[in-house]
Write a protein that binds this ligand. Structure first.
Ligand code: ADP
Length: 851
């Protein structure tokens, strides 16, 4: 502290330093003394103000104190050495000089502070009082005003709790003078919620007399960005170091100038057999690493030129003297201030060995007709044979290196695929899977896989042999279908036999029963019984015919015999000639055909058409009691639609489809006891299908039904009606001789009885040979020739006879009634054909025709 003393009336003024109260100087001249006193006061005040403004800054205070000391010293010197009344001007100059220096210093300090962007703090350790600057608050996103009032707790509350202990330890060390400077980093909460990293530096600047810290002053620097960079650097270094050490690839860092190894990872020690100490500090040349030292030279030259080399195959020697092959890549880097090479080595010795083996194997598989592929352990294709390329539609370059999954459709059952590899490694896998060609078509293959292993049992490749089984599968499917069909047929056959047995027994019952009864009854009843027996026989026969026809239709496609037909004429004639035993009195059969179709001529199989019409009309007649049956057709686009419409009993909705099934009979007709066998509609359906059409029914119960069927419309030229020829006059019975050729005596007997009164002579032969002999001896007017006979059948005999006697009428009579049989008979020369059992009417028709 400075004190000015003024003594009234004296020429002297005194300067007293409070800390050195014994030192006082006195000067002459009141004015001078006053001026000096004023100057001292001004300087002191000025310094005090500076001091106030710059408080919080250790350096500033320090310098100010020093400046003050300097000025004191200066002043003392001046006072000491100056004579009375002189030195005032120079004192002013010196004071001015001191003041300027202080201003400059002050600005300098302020600039420095601003330049460092530091927050400042001045802490009275004893009172806890703290002075902070605006920047201190700004670092944590606040204004100083917001933090007011501030004391040491302001700081404590603004330090991350985890960092506080370390900060305190450091403070303690400073207080104990173990550390001359306080320098610590900690986190502070920013107003925006983030954490700001702060570097606090400071020093205890003043101590109490008893050695306790009084003033501690320092700065805060925001080091968040630096921390982030440090953190990133740390992570990156850690990453590099982890990658380096953990890499399965052998890596080394060696000095470019002399090849000295500076760093290496575990993979390199594993690869070479040397331990780390043996490697670090040694050069590859020292270790005899290079099998071909010239390799090193050429590699170095390339690196010097281009900075790096990649995937060069080199042979190198490991510790045990063995030579291995590596794929070598190297790059020039700066490491620890020196130019070095970062080199990587991939041991490809095994791979080379594998390649050799695979090449050998591939060569032997080239000509195989199955598709062969070899894949590495990563499922990459390394070889495919010619058949594979052909089957899958790829070129070799499109497949090599690709995953084998390229030929597997994405939707393939993954569980199945996942099983393939382990099973293959265990010994092999075989199964059917789908594959996909390049063009996207999928096809089934039978795949067999096996594993290729090295001498240590290590898996080196997988071999797949695939066989396209598309055809095989198709055949299998066909066989399966055929089997199913056979089973279905078998089932149907059983059902059919079952039904047939029932259907046969019904008329047979009548036939046998009434035949028996006939023996015991009188002539009137006999006639009735004979009638019943006859009807039952017809029923039985029609059943046999229908079953045979149906079975044939269901098992094969009977060739269509198309001819020109005028449908209008056909319908009219059909209506006219349809005689049905069930046709009730008053029930009409009428044709409903439009005149516009009068000239329509079509190509169709007449016989089948008539058969369908017959079956449908028979039903209509059977199931209609009053009203009419209308038959007609319509042209509908490319089809001809025939219809048979009745006013009968109709069909309930639930039976509409079932009535077309084999042996199905409507519940209504059964309960009405209307005769039938449930085959008519089934036969009609099969026939319609064979002529390329469809069949159906529109019906209303108790009102009637309209059955319809279609056939493709195939137009034809009109045919001229053949004029009807009047039958030639019949020979008299007296001149009419007949030869019956049959091996069955009962048939001979039956025919002989039928011919009684219609022929003058009836002979018989029991086979074709005998018939020929008899014809040579006698002239016959008609021969009734059975077809199937021992010694010589009817076909052969007819052929021989017709050659010699082309005009001799021969009528085939056979139990084989299929159209083919008829055709065969006619083609051998027979003039006509009658099926067994032969009815009297039919036989007499023949007698009249040829008589
Ligand atoms: P069915 O010998 O019984 O006539 P179909 O196969 O010809 O055998 O006919 C099967 C069933 O269809 C018949 O039993 C009958 O119930 C029914 N049906 C067929 N045609 C007619 C029709 N025009 N009117 C009423 N029902 C019919």
């Amino acid at each position: 502290m400075l004190l000015l003393k003024w003594e009234q009336g004296s020429q002297f003024a005194g300067y007293l330093d409070a800390e050195k109260p014994d030192m006082t100087w006195f000067y002459r001249g009141q004015v001078l003394t006053l001026i000096i006193a004023l100057i001292i006061s001004a300087v002191a005040f000025y310094i005090y103000r500076i001091n106030r403004r710059l408080k919080g800054s250790l350096e500033k205070n320090h310098q100010i104190t020093e400046a003050l000391a300097e000025s004191e010293e200066l002043w003392r010197t001046i006072v000491k050495t100056s004579p009375d009344g002189i030195a005032i001007t120079s004192v002013e100059g010196i004071i001015q000089q001191v003041s300027d220096t202080l201003v400059k210093e002050r600005k300098n300090l302020a600039d420095i502070l601003e330049g460092t962007n530091a927050g400042t703090w001045n802490w009275n350790v004893q009172t806890g009082e703290v002075i902070l600057n605006e920047r201190w608050a700004e670092i944590i996103g606040c204004t100083l005003e917001e933090l007011m009032p501030v004391d040491i707790n302001t700081w404590i509350s603004k330090v991350h709790p985890d960092d506080l202990p370390a900060a305190n330890v450091s403070l303690e060390k400073n207080f104990r003078k173990e550390l001359s400077y306080y320098d610590i980093e900690f986190r502070q909460p920013h107003k925006d919620g983030s954490w700001v990293w702060v570097n606090a530096r400071g020093k205890v600047m003043e101590w109490t007399d008893d050695g306790k810290p009084l003033y501690m002053k320092g700065i805060h620097l925001d080091i968040t960005e630096r921390k982030k960079v440090e953190e990133a650097l740390k992570i990156s270094e850690e990453k590099f170091s982890t990658a380096f050490n953990m890499s399965p690839m052998a890596i080394s860092i060696s000095r470019l100038s002399d090849g000295l190894l500076m760093e290496c990872n575990n993979a390199l020690t594993n690869l070479t057999g040397y331990n780390r100490d043996e490697l670090i500090g040694a050069s590859a040349l020292d270790l005899g690493f290079w099998v071909h030292p010239e390799d090193r030279k050429s590699i170095l030259n390339r690196i010097i030129l281009t900075g790096s080399v990649h995937n060069l195959e080199i042979d190198f020697r490991i510790k045990n003297g063995k030579i291995r092959t590596a794929s070598y890549s190297s790059e020039r880097i700066d490491y620890g201030g020196e130019t070095c090479l970062l080199s990587m080595y991939e041991d490809v010795s095994d791979k080379k060995e594998v390649e050799k083996k695979i090449n050998l194997l591939a060569h032997s598989l080239e000509g195989i007709s199955e598709c062969v592929s070899i894949t590495d352990t990563d499922d990459r294709i390394i070889y495919v044979n010619e058949s594979f390329l052909k089957t899958y539609g790829y070129t070799e370059s499109e497949l090599i290196g690709e995953s084998i999954y390229i030929v597997r459709p994405p939707e393939l059952d993954h569980v199945q695929v996942r099983n393939i590899l382990p099973k293959t490694v265990e010994g092999g896998w075989q199964g059917e899977i789908m594959n996909i060609r390049k063009d996207g078509t999928k096809f089934p293959i039978l795949l067999s896989t096996s594993a290729l292993k090295d001498e240590n049992g290590k898996l080196i490749a997988l071999i797949g042999v695939a066989l396209d089984i598309t055809e095989m599968r198709k055949t299998k499917e066909e066989l399966m279908n055929a089997k199913e069909q056979a089973e279905e047929n078998n089932r149907l056959k059983s059902a059919l036999l079952n039904n047939m047995s029932h259907e046969i027994r019904t008329p047979m019952n009548a036939i046998m029963g009434f035949s028996d009864l006939m023996k015991e009854v009188g002539p009137d009843e006999k006639d009735t019984y004979a009638e019943i027996i006859n009807e039952s026989s017809i029923q039985l026969l029609s059943l046999i015919d229908e079953v045979m026809l149906l079975s044939r239709l269901q098992s094969e496609k009977i060739p269509l015999k198309k001819g020109t037909i005028m449908p209008v004429e056909l319908i009219k004639q059909f209506c006219h000639s349809h005689i049905h035993p069930d046709l009730k009195e008053g029930l009409e059969i009428v044709s409903r055909v439009s005149e516009k179709y009068n000239d329509l001529a079509i190509q169709a199989d007449r016989e089948k058409l008539i058969q369908i019409l017959t079956n449908l009309t028979s039903n209509a007649v059977k199931y209609t009691f009053i009203g009419k049956v209308e038959i007609g057709f319509e042209v509908k686009m490319e089809f001809l639609e025939f219809f048979i419409k009745d006013t009968g009993i109709g069909i309930p909705e639930y039976e509409k489809d079932r009535i077309f099934d084999t042996f199905y009979r409507g519940e209504q007709v059964i309960s009405l006891a209307i005769r039938g066998n449930g085959l008519g509609l089934n036969i009609a359906k099969e026939l319609v299908s064979q002529i390329g059409g469809t069949i159906g029914v529109d019906t209303v119960l108790n009102e009637g039904s309209r059955f319809y069927f279609t056939m493709p419309l195939e137009l034809a030229d009109q045919v001229q009606p053949i004029p009807a020829t009047s039958p030639a006059a019949r020979k008299s019975v007296k001149d009419f001789s007949v030869l019956i050729v049959d091996d069955e005596p009962l048939n001979i007997q039956y025919l002989s009885i039928l011919l009684k009164g219609n022929a003058s002579r009836v002979d018989h032969a029991i086979n074709g040979k005998e018939a020929i002999e008899m014809v040579f001896q006698h002239k016959y007017d008609l021969i009734l020739m059975d077809m199937k006979m021992p010694v010589m059948g009817g076909i052969e005999a007819t052929t021989i006879l017709k050659k010699k006697y082309p005009d001799l009428p021969i009528v085939a009579q056979t139990a084989y009634t299929f159209p083919e049989e008829k055709e065969l008979a006619l083609s051998s020369g027979c003039d006509d054909f009658i099926g067994k059992p032969i009815s009297k009417t039919r036989l007499l028709e023949m007698v009249h025709k040829y008589g």
